[in-house]
Design a protein around this ligand. Structure first.
Ligand SMILES: [Zn+2]
Length: 307
C-alpha cells in the first residue's frame, strides 16, 4: 500500500514536470546562467573573442559558403589555417574534449574530458581562472546552447567572483546571438568564448559535407550570424566610444564523416582556424588547438600598448 502510494506520487510528480517543461516559454532547463557581466568603469584596453563553430569542416570555409569569414581573412591579410584536433590521432574528435582543450590550453590526457560522456570535473584550470589569477579586475563570458559544455566550465568556475565571470546557456544559436547583442556593448569582457552549434546539428541531422544542402545552409546561416555579431558587437566601439584592441579567433572542434564524428579520419580531425589581430599587432601564430588559450591569455594580459 505504502509502495503504491509512493509510486503514484512519484508518477504524478514526473507528469507535472513534463507538463511544466512542455508549457514553459524557455523549454525545460535549456536556459540557465551564472554570474553577470556588468559594465566596468572602462572598457579593457585589450580583448579576446574566441568564436567556436561546432562541427565546421575545414573544407566548408569557402567564398560560396562563408563569404563573410572568407572576406574577413582576406581583408586582414591572413589565411585560414587548419589544426589537428585529435592531437595525432590520440584524442577522440568529440566536442567536449575539443572545446575543453581550447578552454584549458591542454589535451584530454591532462584535462580528463575524453568524450562527451565525461562528467568532469575538468582537471586543470580554465583560461577564465588563469585570467582571473593574472588580472584581478578582469571579466570574462562564456555563451553556449550546449549544456555539457556549460556544466563542465561551470564546474570549475563556481569559486570565481560572480561579477568577474558570467556564463549563459541559451536555447539555440539565435538566442546566443541575441544575448551577445544585448549584453556586449555594456559588458565588454576581457575574454569571451562564444559557441555556435547549428552547423554540428545540421551535420548530425543530414551529413557533415559541404555539398549537402542542409549542412551548407547551416554554414551559410552561421556565416551571416557572425557577420551581424561582428558589425554590431565584435567590430564595434564600446559604450564609452573607445575600441579595445581585439584579437578574434575562429575555431572549430572537429569535422565529420556521414552524420557522425569522434574518430580519426582526416575529415573529422582537421578543423579550420583563423586569428584576426588588431591593427598594429603582429599576426598571432596558432599551430594547434591547445595554443588558442595561451595565445589569448598572452594577448589580453600583456601590459604594453603596441600603439
Ligand atoms: Zn556533434
Amino acid at each position: 500500500m505504502l509502495f503504491n502510494t509512493r509510486s503514484f506520487t512519484l508518477c504524478s510528480g514526473l507528469k507535472l514536470l513534463v507538463v511544466l517543461c512542455a508549457t514553459s516559454l524557455f523549454g525545460c532547463s535549456r536556459s540557465d546562467e551564472a554570474g553577470q557581466c556588468n559594465a566596468a568603469p572602462q572598457a579593457p584596453l585589450r580583448q579576446v573573442v574566441i568564436i567556436g563553430i561546432d562541427g565546421l569542416r575545414a573544407d566548408a570555409v569557402s567564398p560560396a559558403l562563408t563569404p563573410f569569414l572568407f572576406q574577413l581573412a582576406e581583408s586582414h591579410g591572413v589565411a585560414w589555417g587548419k589544426v589537428d584536433v585529435s592531437n595525432g590521432r590520440t584524442q577522440q574528435t568529440y566536442s567536449a574534449p575539443g572545446w575543453i582543450s581550447v578552454l584549458t590550453a591542454s589535451w584530454a590526457s591532462a584535462h580528463g574530458i575524453v568524450d562527451n560522456n565525461s562528467k568532469g570535473p575538468v582537471k586543470v584550470e580554465t583560461v577564465f581562472e588563469r585570467l582571473h589569477d593574472a588580472k584581478a579586475d578582469s571579466r570574462s563570458v562564456l555563451m553556449t546552447s550546449w549544456r555539457p559544455l556549460y556544466d563542465l566550465v561551470q564546474g570549475r568556475l563556481r569559486a570565481l567572483p560572480q561579477i568577474h565571470h558570467a556564463a549563459y546557456l541559451r536555447q539555440d544559436d539565435a538566442a546566443v546571438e541575441q544575448e551577445v547583442l544585448t549584453t556586449w556593448r555594456a559588458c565588454q569582457p576581457d575574454l569571451a568564448f562564444i559557441h555556435l552549434d547549428a552547423v554540428d546539428d545540421a551535420g548530425h541531422d543530414a551529413a557533415f559535407d559541404p555539398s549537402d544542402p542542409r549542412y551548407a545552409g547551416a554554414v551559410r546561416e552561421t556565416d551571416s550570424r557572425i557577420r551581424r555579431l561582428w558589425e554590431k558587437a565584435f567590430g564595434a566601439p564600446s559604450a564609452d566610444g573607445a575600441t579595445p584592441q581585439r584579437l578574434v579567433i575562429f575555431a572549430s572542434d572537429h569535422g565529420g564523416v556521414g552524420n557522425r564524428h569522434g574518430r580519426y579520419s582526416d575529415a573529422e580531425r582537421w578543423a579550420p582556424l583563423l586569428a584576426i589581430s588588431p591593427p598594429g599587432y603582429p599576426a598571432v601564430n596558432i599551430g594547434s588547438l591547445v595554443d588558442i588559450g595561451q595565445a589569448s591569455l598572452d594577448f589580453v594580459t600583456e601590459k604594453r600598448d603596441t600603439h
